[in-house]
Write a protein that binds this ligand. Structure first.
Ligand code: GLU
Length: 493
């Protein structure tokens, strides 16, 4: 029977979920889901100073929000619990003892001063900076005696001679000379094991078959592979995912865009667009298509197709993609996704939204083309909630309206025409019919359409572009629209 594929995402809860971390989780998840494997979540919280419960909760929440459910993990449990690294310390100690008993690890009593001196000498001689193995040569009795006398020590891994290979599906076969790996510290002087040590203990215990993680961990892999070999354990297959770069081609940072997944969620990027865009950071479904579904990802994702070169996180493309998803969402879904932003901005209450459902849906319908994020709806419909006199005007819209010499006369005439028309119709107003009639009326006056429409759009919304002006009149209500037109006629003299 083929071995079950078991992958894991192992975040340290020392910050918000980074988009790079989210991509790592996504690729691991997709790999497992596409192959009937298991996706594990392990919280690497061994740094008590920097790890917090809040970050942990936020990471779990972010992953679930993206739809990346795990089969084993801190809150769902599983056969290899606990899934908090800090709770596995006894297990790590056992592993350390085993290694010491095998003679593959040793106590190092070298003081900080000695190590600093050593680095200085190596630097001066232009040699590689590495521990020189002094304590490796200590006789066992000496080492035991010094430890018993209370002298502080760290435990180092005794790197064997030779060369080591491992399979990296992104970078190909990797070979390194063991001589290039120093005898690294496995257990600190306070008794706490280091990342490189515990990650291997946990991955062995959790029967991890594939380790896909960020490229920044590539330097750690030789140390880890040597450890698997020392324990005579199966070495997992690796895949080091390319760095995510900003548009400035430097490591992704706040300079060129938000780096926390949560920020994109808070800004109203559709979840499916986020998942889709994260996939493109190092992977492509084929040479052409950029928009694809999660199901397609699961069916088609293979770590072997991930590129080596850094992936540029282009926020403009991301925004474009968000807009694409918004344009294809069913209206009810889109309205539901936009609603929290409108509520949070205080424009409407949930009760208003229910009571004026048609009104709300017709605005979402009309604005859909212009939305790039759900949050955009707030700015787009703000004008409907402003006071009617003294509405804030966009500068470019003012310039466009002022180009029409007869703007004031036109607005005044339209005000009278509209008022008379609505009164004659028993105060009822129909946008489509009014639009047709207004166009005919403008032409019959010998005017051009923009002469009315540009100042009118400014009067109603203060903006340059937007939905049809006759729809805007309907949303505002004719009375408020008339107040705005009258106010604009005065302001535009
Ligand atoms: N806790 C490590 C990190 O957050 C995980 C490293 C790994 O996946 O091996 O970077």
């Amino acid at each position: 029977m083929a071995t079950e594929i078991r992958v894991r995402f192992a975040p340290s809860p020392t910050g918000k979920l980074h988009v790079g971390g989210a991509r790592t989780a996504l690729f691991n998840w997709a790999y497992a889901r596409g192959r009937g494997g298991k996706f594990l979540l392990r919280i690497e919280d061994t740094d008590p100073e920097r790890s917090t419960k809040e970050f942990e909760v936020a990471i779990l929440e972010g992953l679930r929000w993206l739809g990346l459910e795990w089969d084993e993990g801190p809150d769902v449990g599983g056969p290899h619990a606990p899934y908090h690294q800090s709770l596995r310390i006894e297990r790590h100690r056992e592993y350390a003892q085993r290694l010491a008993a095998m003679g593959r690890a040793y106590r190092c009593f070298c003081s900080r001063e000695r190590l600093e001196e050593l680095s200085k000498q190596q630097e001066a001689a232009k040699e590689r900076l590495a521990y020189d193995g002094l304590c490796r040569r200590l006789a066992k009795e000496d080492s035991d005696r010094r430890a018993a006398a209370g002298e502080p020590f760290v435990v180092r891994f005794a790197v064997p001679e030779g060369e080591t290979r491992f399979l990296d599906h992104v970078r190909g076969d990797c070979v390194f000379q063991n001589a290039e790996v120093e005898d690294w510290v496995m257990v600190r002087s306070d008794g706490n094991p280091t990342y490189n040590f515990v990650v291997v203990c946990d991955d062995i215990d959790m029967r991890i078959t594939h380790v896909f993680r960020g490229e920044e961990h590539l330097v750690n892999t030789p140390k880890q592979v040597l450890l698997y070999r020392a324990f005579d354990a199966q070495v997992p297959e690796f895949g080091h995912l390319p760095l995510m770069l900003g548009t400035d081609k430097k490591k992704l940072s706040k300079r060129t865009g938000d780096t926390a997944l949560q920020d994109y969620r808070d800004k109203g990027f559709p979840k499916a667009a986020i998942v889709n865009f994260l996939c493109l950071q190092g992977w492509a479904i084929d040479g052409e298509r950029v928009v694809f579904s999660v199901d397609e990802l699961v069916q088609r994702f293979d770590i072997k197709d991930v590129q080596k070169a850094g992936a540029v996180f282009d926020i403009d493309k991301f925004v474009w993609m968000a807009g694409e998803y918004i344009r294809h969402e069913p209206l009810e879904v889109l309205a539901a996704n936009c609603a929290p932003f409108v509520l949070r901005a205080g424009l409407m209450t949930a009760a208003d939204m229910d009571a004026r459902r048609e009104w709300w849906l017709s605005i979402v319908t009309a604005e859909r083309e212009r939305l790039r994020t759900y949050a955009d709806i707030v700015g787009r419909m703000q004008y409907l909630f402003s006071t009617d006199s003294g509405l804030a005007w966009d500068e470019a819209a003012v310039v466009a309206a002022r180009k029409h010499e007869n703007r004031v006369v036109t607005l005044q005439a339209f005000h009278a025409w509209l008022q008379a028309r609505v009164q004659a119709a028993g105060m009822s107003y129909d946008p489509a019919q009014t639009r047709d009639a207004a166009k005919a009326w403008v032409t019959s006056n010998g005017w051009k359409i923009p002469q009315l429409f540009q100042p009118l759009r400014l009067a109603l919304s203060g903006q340059m572009g937007g939905p049809d002006v006759f729809d805007m009149i309907a949303w505002l209500g004719v009375e408020r629209a008339l107040v705005r037109i009258d106010d604009a006629a005065k302001r535009l003299v």
